[in-house]
Design a binder for this molecule. Structure first.
Ligand code: ZN
Length: 133
């Protein structure tokens, strides 16, 4: 199993972690199988989407903040970061990517992203690659 850390710089940060994940796949030696990318944090998430145009991530950030506002009188959670928990829960804390010939089977425009909604923080990403060497 591989683990790497990402330091985020803002309250909401979306970081392209594709190169880090690829490195863990290479390190695992698995040629054919699956790669699980998991974040063990309740205000973070992992998703796969377009990495070529940074405006896509910008728009995802914009709409998450619009749909799930930071301030809402009805939030009950005493820590004051309910929006971050909700955004994390909606996106999800893991993704599975097929691995073939030792490579992630990502589409041409796809990248793997770590999202943090209550930064800045240091975040751990766990990568587990299962399959045949
Ligand atoms: Zn909280």
């Amino acid at each position: 199993m591989g683990v790497f850390s990402i330091r985020t710089t803002k309250r909401t940060s979306i970081v392209n972690i594709t190169a880090n994940v690829k490195e863990e796949v290479k390190r695992s030696g698995v040629r054919s199988g699956i790669c699980i990318v998991y974040v063990p944090h309740t205000t973070a998430a992992v998703f796969i989407n377009e990495g070529a145009d940074p405006d896509v991530v910008r728009d995802i950030t914009y709409m998450m903040e619009k749909l799930i506002p930071w301030e809402d009188r009805s939030y009950a959670h005493s820590e004051g970061n309910s929006a971050a928990h909700i955004r994390s829960a909606i996106i999800g804390n893991s993704r599975v990517i097929p691995v073939e010939n030792g490579e992630l089977m990502l589409g041409r425009w796809e990248s793997v992203f770590l999202a943090e909604f209550d930064g800045p923080r240091e975040r751990k990403v766990i990568v587990k690659v299962i399959g045949e060497r």
